[in-house]
Design a binder for this molecule. Structure first.
Ligand SMILES: NC(=O)c1ccc[n+]([C@@H]2O[C@H](COP(=O)([O-])OP(=O)(O)OC[C@H]3O[C@@H](n4cnc5c(N)ncnc54)[C@H](OP(=O)(O)O)[C@@H]3O)[C@@H](O)[C@H]2O)c1
Length: 328
């Protein structure tokens, strides 16, 4: 059995449980690509998985890592359009913190020439999550308005760029004035420091008094009532995380009377065929802007894989703006 280097842990716990070890090389499957990983990225979900709070879906690698960029080193049966040596970035159900991954070809995207290969690892998870939830499920109209929480996060920095590239307007929240300013510099139309300001009022203002078409929320319970207040009639709240908690009480009167929709969404556990549709839809809509530099990965820092503990601490403390990458 061939082994590859990977970050492993024997039992769930804090950052100190992670160490550089070896796992079996992933097995090739029909329709798959084997990628030699150049870089992966830290996602908040990795912190939960490391603590034993977010098990990988059935069949996924137990190794952390939801995305990667690297070089294709083997092409599986039935795969068209990819060759050994191609630069690829891919959405993974797990396994990115390793030297090699095997991924369904439908979850992979070519890396545009102008993007450094290691920076491409910052793209798949957050850009595809925003595309799925703001555009496919949230159906943001071309000139629509969105509210996205955590503007300085990986998700937030992707959302600002995609909404602006699509011609919409976007309000974000962030926890410091500095992060708010950086979101505005990146293109956000408005930013509210959630420790001081009223984001629902700002959302109504951005929406011309009525509210926004889509709210993308990863905070959950404490924001539920204000998120609904922020929506225009017929608006969609898409819930992708529960950083603030899962249980809330609201009056359903507003949901009914203002014809609101509350949509829950995860990306990781979806079947590969659905992921392929999301990837194809993203490339159709935003592939040109990505290739031409109209949208780009926002990289906070790049650390060697051996510094994975530091990388997780940075993300836990939200010291980052954009994505924290690990090079293999
Ligand atoms: N469902 C899915 O398919 C899916 C996929 C990807 C990600 N997600 C979720 O999306 C969220 C963001 O992911 P990420 O990887 O981009 O995370 P991240 O980079 O770690 O960012 C989390 C952000 O939340 C901000 N934040 C914390 N408390 C906040 C509050 N009360 N109000 C507004 N912002 C607050 C933090 O910044 P400041 O407080 O400093 O502003 C930080 O920027 C996570 O919950 C993740 O699990 C879900």
């Amino acid at each position: 059995m061939r082994g590859v280097k990977a970050i492993v842990f024997d039992a769930p716990g804090d950052e100190s449980v992670m160490r550089l070890g070896e796992v079996a090389a992933p097995e090739m499957s029909p329709g798959g690509l084997r990628i030699r990983v150049v870089a992966t990225a830290v996602n908040r979900a990795d912190l939960l998985q490391r603590q034993g709070l977010y098990p990988p879906p059935p069949g996924a690698s137990p190794v952390l890592g939801l995305e990667c960029a690297g070089e294709v080193i083997e092409v599986g049966d039935g795969v068209d359009g990819w060759r050994v040596g191609d630069r690829a970035m891919a959405l993974l159900a797990g396994g990115g913190y390793a030297e090699e991954v095997v991924v369904d070809a439908g979850s992979a995207m070519p890396v545009p020439d102008r993007i450094p290969l290691e920076h491409a690892a910052a793209i798949p998870e957050v850009f595809l999550t925003v595309h799925l939830n703001v555009f496919m499920l949230g159906a943001l109209p071309p000139d629509g308005c969105a509210l996205v929480h955590g503007g300085g996060s990986g998700i937030g920095t992707a959302a600002i760029q995609l909404v602006k590239a699509a011609g919409g307007r976007i309000l974000v929240t962030a926890g410091t004035e500095e992060k708010c300013q950086r979101c505005l510099d990146l293109g956000a139309d408005a930013a509210v420091n959630y420790r001081e300001g009223d984001f629902a009022a700002a959302a109504r203002e951005l929406g011309g008094g009525g509210g926004v078409d889509v709210v993308l929320d990863s905070i959950g319970a404490p924001y539920l009532a204000s998120n609904l207040d922020a929506l225009a009639i017929g608006g969609r709240l898409v819930l992708i995380g529960l950083m603030g908690g899962a249980k809330a009480e609201i009056s359903l009167g507003a949901v009914l009377a203002r014809r609101l929709q509350v949509i829950g969404s995860t990306l990781r556990a979806r079947p590969v065929a659905e992921k392929a549709e999301i990837v194809a839809d993203f490339l159709t809509r935003f592939g040109g802007a990505l290739a031409e530099g109209g949208i780009r990965p926002v990289v906070d820092r790049v650390l060697p894989l051996a510094e994975v503990g530091l990388a997780h601490r940075v993300v836990k403390a939200s010291e980052h703006f954009g994505k924290v990458l690990l090079t293999i």
